[in-house]
Design a protein around this ligand. Structure first.
Ligand code: AMP
Ligand code: MG
Length: 343
């Protein structure tokens, strides 16, 4: 090849490389997803925060609106405080019953009973009469008496809940029973919101309902994973640690957020369904699990189980990790695989 032709070939190679680079960067710019941050809206007695990532802004917004609609719809079914909710109807009619529970309500009750079995009854949606007793004690300024605790235990226990999967009916075996889905409904709503976002074209997203969180796909930043902070139960506005999430859920139960104050003493709002006492050993329990329903139920259960039994349970479950803070000492205990979620 004569030097002139060689020069020309070299020039063309350089031009070709520049054009390829330009085409590649144009393509990646074109593919860069838009994202929309919805801000926060009140729901289920707390705040919900939803972020959607989609190929364009319109799809992201549609996904966010659909997710909020789903959560509002679920709140109408599951609220124990709203007298018009389907759960309130069940609570007044399941004894003597049977009460027909439509799709999502029956499904969540069935899931809850399964978590009761897995956690040895420490997570139990029949806990409502115990919750009512502690609320009454708070109003009267006196902890419940032994007789009151004994009496209320007659009305609790998931083994007193009769489910008929063929007819989708729920029956209470004894009078005075009542269900409270407060320890699992937010987690379930997060999972449903994620499903609805995906159905509406979101390629990534985050749903946070009062600290029960699930993420999927990639965040709207350059990071590959979503970075979340776990709050320090001792210090408001301070983080215990950060975790990196992809398609994962996290839920936290803690006595530092809600409690009954009686005679100057704070009692946890998480109650032991077996002896009707307030949980006290752990001040905060964070669970990482594949679904938020599971993370939410287990965070409540481990708070009741305490350190030793809680650790044993979470270590035995696949793809599930825990971070616990001991109330007395402030000691932080993690399960063996927790660190893989740390930055
Ligand atoms: P969480 O913040 O998810 O731990 O849920 C706590 C709420 O669930 C409480 O405010 C009660 O309404 C209810 N609850 C309390 N103790 C239990 C329990 N052991 N099992 C199921 N629900 C509970
Ligand atoms: Mg919970």
């Amino acid at each position: 090849m004569d030097p002139q032709t060689k020069d020309r070939v070299q020039t063309w190679v350089v031009v070709l490389i520049i054009m390829t680079l330009m085409a590649l960067s144009l393509r990646s710019w074109w593919r860069q997803p838009s994202f929309s941050d919805s801000g926060k809206r009140p729901v289920m007695g707390t705040l919900a925060h939803i972020i959607a990532v989609a190929e364009n802004l319109e799809k992201a917004n549609t996904a966010i609106s659909a997710a909020f609609e789903e959560v509002y719809m679920l709140e109408k079914i599951f609220s124990v405080h709203n007298p018009d909710s389907q759960l309130s109807a069940l609570n007044s009619e399941a004894f003597p019953g049977p009460f027909y529970a439509s799709g999502q309500l029956y499904s969540l009750i069935e899931k809850s009973v399964r978590y009761s079995a897995v956690t040895g009854g420490t997570f139990d949606i029949t806990v409502a009469p115990i919750v009512d007793l502690w609320n009454q004690a708070k109003d009267q300024g006196q902890p419940p008496s032994d007789e009151q605790l004994k009496a209320v235990r007659q009305m609790t226990g998931y083994n007193k809940l009769l489910l008929n999967p063929d007819k989708q009916t729920v029956t209470f075996k004894v009078p005075g029973m009542k269900l409270d889905l407060g320890a699992i409904a937010k987690g379930y709503a997060v999972d449903r919101a994620v499903e609805v976002m995906k159905e509406n074209g979101a390629t990534g997203g985050l749903v946070d309902i009062g600290g029960e969180i699930r993420t999927f796909g990639k965040p709207p930043t350059k990071n590959k994973k979503w970075k979340l902070g776990i709050q320090d139960p001792g210090e408001e506005e301070q983080l215990l640690t950060s975790i990196m999430m992809d398609d994962t859920a996290v839920a936290t139960s803690g006595d530092y957020r809600r409690y009954f104050t009686i005679d100057g003493v704070n009692y946890s709002h998480i109650l032991n369904p077996i002896n009707a006492s307030a949980a006290s050993e752990l001040t905060s329990v964070t669970i990482i699990a594949p679904t938020c329903t599971k993370a939410d139920a287990l965070a409540t259960a481990v708070t009741v189980m305490g350190l030793e039994k809680g650790l044993e349970l979470i270590e035995s479950l696949p793809e599930t990790e825990a971070l616990m803070v001991v109330a007395q000492t402030g000691e932080i205990i993690k399960t063996s695989g927790f660190d893989k979620y740390m930055p």
